[in-house]
Design a protein around this ligand. Structure first.
Ligand SMILES: [Zn+2]
Length: 112
């Protein structure tokens, strides 16, 4: 995902400690790579927390926050992200593939 500061994002899952709920929207205030080796992008949504532990959702490595509460990019999607559009894009090549096979099959039988 290409994130940028100032981008509008929506939470796609609720935070376990209730910091935000699924469907809440935020503006990205900061971005950085996670401290662990997953190379996850951490997003600053304007929440502050001193010495709160941030835990990587992948590997479980955790580290202390230093004022900014960072959240994994996996919890968010861009606000303009339209799932139905994505579904359309994903389904089209499959349909096309089936049509193409049918066309090839028809041509094949016609030549017999
Ligand atoms: Zn990790």
């Amino acid at each position: 995902m290409n994130w940028y500061i100032g981008q509008e994002i929506v939470a796609i899952e609720s935070h376990k400690q209730g910091v935000f709920k699924k469907g809440d929207t935020f503006i990205i205030k900061g971005l950085k790579n996670s401290i662990c080796t997953c190379k996850d992008v951490s997003i600053d949504i304007g929440k502050t927390s001193i010495n709160h532990l941030t835990e990587c959702q992948n590997c479980g490595v955790n580290w202390k926050n230093n004022g900014t509460w960072w959240f994994s990019e996996k919890r968010f999607a861009p606000l303009d992200y339209d799932i139905s559009e994505l579904t359309d894009i994903l389904e089209k090549p499959i349909e096309h593939g089936v049509d193409k096979l049918r066309e090839l099959a028809n041509n094949y039988f016609e030549t017999l």
